[in-house]
Design a protein around this ligand. Structure first.
Ligand code: BGC
Ligand code: NOJ
Length: 816
């Protein structure tokens, strides 16, 4: 069952009922000012950091699920019985005569009708200002005059979202606001008197008939946003909040003739003032920058121009990789939604979604490095800065803070370090950037350790630390030590937690000298080689040779101690017992080492790779994707940690963890299995499972972290949509491996691996300073380039030699 449809021409997903199985959300904002917005207008807003600079409040764990948003109420008093409704249906939930929500790239629109009154709300964050604009148009389609009141409503968060929901003894006394222009503009200035240099505004471009800034006055102490007193009474109270819970609400009364429309522009903005220019009078905030912002968007024309600017920005970004094929769903994901999700994961890492509270995890080291892989072709300059930021949180021995806070860019010491895959992801992200741009200067950039510039090294020096960390932290089988966990945060082989409430990730000794990871071995082979190539590019052949010697040792360990007979072992625990082996009672095979070792090329020539992938197909595959492990753990294993704490079929315990499905699909392309690679791609691909939205539940336009596995009661149900490494990895898979346009240091390589019936296709790819128009004649082949012609000349191999100065490449690739 579907709850909407894709409108590819408009680059939108159109939701046709507010009652989706879960809130289906969108992200607004591209740089520093962001909002989450659901299909019923739920969500919240923050500047830079969802924990530290939260503008509006959201309620977690609420009933109904998606509670608190930025709402508009329409009270229609034309007839004797007044009707109150919201364009997004919530929170009043009056049945609407028509409802449509369109989630677009960085904007959402809601068009609803009740009793022949139409409301259209367009919400977006403009490219160049720290604000969210809502353009609200009310049209009277009745055959008589309509008497209406429009009420706006946002609830302020007292900035630190964590403190805001805990520290009531203080917070209920600190709230402060200012109101100007009779209520048209409301300033939220809590803590501005002391340590903050910022305030927020909520403003509308018209004179208003009343306002409220006290939540209790607006809602009534015993009501929720579904039945505000003020709306019931039809009269704002002009309340000025002092402490408690400040809000911003305006009332606009309207008399619309038959057929008449009126538009209002609301702005929710974030303003910073210089320390020495905070006040215009004692106790009165300096409003100059706020007024400038308000002025910039006071006209419809200005708002429309800002929206077109946003739309052209996206159009331009998406033109960096564009496919035209006979597979509508592939085109839709590649050209629009997968790239869009890559931008969102780059911006958010794993901080703020409907599953990540924004107060927990900041930017993950491994997460952000992987997000770069799907983002770097969009805006390489931002990727460059991100790499430097991430590397700045590394320690001198190559290990790294597992997370850092986006506002301060400092490592988060609560979680600390000890996740032994982290260092190698830095090589992955950097290599992707250099292959994309050819910019070697980044490798020479001086980068601090743990933010301390006095011990800075070049970025290449950091990568050496990463490489050496793994090379020098090996266990009894010559495999890399796992530490607190590797990519699988829940495989905690040095944890041994017996009491509830202990973090599996930080409990226990991180420096276990015995527990080893075959997955990290795969990473070391893959990214070690990418490190060696970077060393060569810098002219350091000796370092490249040294690296390759180290890689050989780990490769050997992986195909010996890391091999179980039919598949790769997952790990060795702290007693040197195998994890993910036929010897185990539960958890005999794990997906990660099969995917990653094979994509790294391990066991290909020895025939192990074929076997490993066969075993995956036989033991882990389902109709909804490839499960992370089998058989699911039914008991808690102290020696394994969190993985065995989940009920069977969920999350890391035998769920379909979408993130590593592309690894297996890529691995299949390494072996030339186009049919199988694509089959795996399709199983978790949102556009291909739109039809089962009632089973899948999460948004049909983006990936979720997890789909419940075969052992779970709700097999096929998605959770944790949006913020997942799946976005980047599926984009890498489809764009670089299946469609086969892979950036190498010497130029783009064209080597697709597609299903036999895929058909011919064309790709436009911007790469460095040129545009490549690539057409692929498939000839029913799954892999192999028979002939490659570049600007009329045949070239040998699959790499289009990069020539600086050439701006357009016309490429014809014939498979066979
Ligand atoms: C989750 C993992 C996540 C980890 C982060 C665990 O509870 O299952 O997916 O990576 O927490 O701390
Ligand atoms: C989600 C985390 O963000 C990611 O870092 C981790 O690799 C996966 N869960 C698997 O545990």
């Amino acid at each position: 069952m579907k709850y909407g449809f894709f409108d590819d021409a408009a680059l939108e997903y159109v939701i046709t009922t507010p009652k989706t199985p879960l809130p289906w959300i969108n992200y607004l904002g591209n740089k520093e000012f962001f909002s989450l917005i659901s299909n019923t207008c739920g969500g919240y807003t923050f500047f830079k950091d969802a924990k530290l600079l939260r503008l509006t409040r959201y309620r977690y764990n609420n009933v109904p699920y998606d509670n608190n948003g930025k709402y508009f109420y329409i009270k229609d008093t034309t007839d004797s019985e007044a009707v109150v409704w919201n364009p997004g249906w919530q929170p009043v939930k009056t049945a609407l005569d028509k409802y449509e929500c369109r989630h677009g790239l960085g904007y959402s629109t809601f068009t609803s009708t009740k009793n022949d009154v139409e409301a259209k709300v367009l919400t977006f964050v403009p490219m160049n200002d720290n604000c969210e604009i809502s353009k609200v148009t009310i049209t009277n389609n009745k055959d008589k005059a309509a008497k209406l009141s429009l009420f706006s409503y946002v609830e302020w968060c007292l900035w630190n979202a964590d403190d805001d929901m805990k520290n009531f003894q203080r917070n209920l006394s600190t709230g402060e606001v200012e109101v100007t222009d009779g209520g048209s503009t409301i300033y939220h200035k809590t803590e501005y008197r002391e340590r903050r240099n910022h305030y927020a505004i909520y403003s509308v471009n018209t004179a208003v008939d009343g306002f409220d800034t006290s939540r209790d006055a607006f809602l009534g102490a015993y009501n929720g946003p579904d039945s505000p007193d003020v709306v019931a009474a039809g009269k704002a109270t002009n309340s000025v909040a002092s402490g408690w819970s400040p809000i911003a609400s305006q009332q606009i009364n309207l008399e619309l003739k038959a057929g008449e429309s009126k538009t209002f522009i609301f702005i929710l903005g974030y303003i910073e003032n210089p320390e020495d220019d905070k006040w215009e009078a004692p106790g009165v905030v300096n409003k100059k920058p706020a007024l400038k912002m308000i002025d910039a968007y006071k006209s419809e024309a200005a708002v429309d121009a800002a929206l077109s600017e946003l739309k052209s920005y996206w159009k331009d970004l998406l033109s960096n990789y564009h496919i035209s094929s006979s597979n509508e769903k592939v085109d839709r994901m590649v050209n629009i939604w997968n790239q869009y999700q890559c931008m969102v994961t780059f911006n958010m890492s794993r901080s703020a979604s409907y599953y990540e509270s924004g107060i927990g995890r900041g930017m993950g080291f491994r997460d952000s490095c992987q997000d770069l892989l799907g983002f770097v072709h969009l805006i390489p300059d931002r990727a460059r800065q991100r790499i430097i930021d991430i590397a700045s949180t590394q320690f001198q021995d190559g290990s790294a803070y597992h997370q850092y806070q986006p506002l301060t860019k400092k490592g988060n010491s609560d979680i600390g370090s000890g996740f032994n895959d982290d260092p190698l992801w830095l090589i992955a992200g950097t290599s992707a950037y250099v292959r994309e741009t050819g910019d070697l200067s980044i490798l020479k950039e001086m980068v601090p350790f743990d933010n301390d510039m006095s011990v800075a090294k070049t970025l290449m020096g950091h990568l050496k630390c990463s490489f050496d960390f793994t090379a020098t932290h090996k266990g009894p089988h010559g495999l890399p030590l796992i530490g607190r966990a590797d990519w699988n945060d829940c495989l905690n082989l040095n944890c041994f937690s017996e009491h509830p409430g202990e973090s599996f990730q930080t409990f226990g000794p991180s420096e276990g000298p015995v527990a080893e990871s075959v997955f990290i071995a795969g990473m070391f082979v893959k990214y070690g080689e990418e490190y060696a190539q970077l060393a060569e590019l810098l002219g350091d052949q000796a370092e490249a040779d040294r690296a390759r010697d180290e890689i050989k040792k780990v490769y050997e360990a992986a195909i010996t101690a890391g091999w179980d007979g039919e598949w790769f072992v997952r790990a060795y625990d702290s007693h040197s017992n195998k994890v993910g082996s036929k010897e185990c009672e539960e958890g005999q095979i794990y997906i990660e080492p099969q995917g990653f070792c094979v994509l790294a090329g391990i066991g290909v020539k020895e025939g192990l790779a074929e076997k490993a992938l066969k075993s995956v197909e036989e033991r882990l595959d389902t109709k909804y994707g490839v499960m992370i492990l089998q058989p699911a753990y039914t008991k808690y294993h102290l020696e394994l940690g969190e993985v065995s704490s989940y009920p069977p079929g969920y999350k890391e315990n035998a769920g379909i963890f979408c993130h590593n499905n592309p690894w297996v699909s890529i691995a299949e392309t390494v072996l030339g299995h186009g049919d199988r690679a694509f089959e795996i791609y399709k199983k978790t691909c949102p556009a291909y499972i739109e039809e089962i939205s009632d089973v899948h539940c999460t948004e049909p336009y983006v990936y979720s972290q997890m789909v419940a596995g075969r052992d779970a009661k709700f097999f096929g149900q998605g959770k944790n949509s949006w913020l997942t490494g799946t976005a980047a990895w599926t984009f890498v898979n489809i764009s670089q491996y299946i469609l086969g346009v892979y950036p190498t240091h010497n130029g783009l390589s064209i080597d697709p691996c597609v299903p036999a019936d895929f058909g011919d296709f064309e790709i436009t790819r911007k790469y460095r300073d040129a545009v490549y128009h690539i057409s692929v004649k498939q000839n029913g082949a799954q892999k192999g380039i028979k002939k490659l012609t570049v600007n009329g000349k045949e070239v040998s191999g699959s790499v289009i030699p990069y020539e600086s100065g050439v701006k357009e490449y016309t490429v014809e690739a014939v498979m066979g």
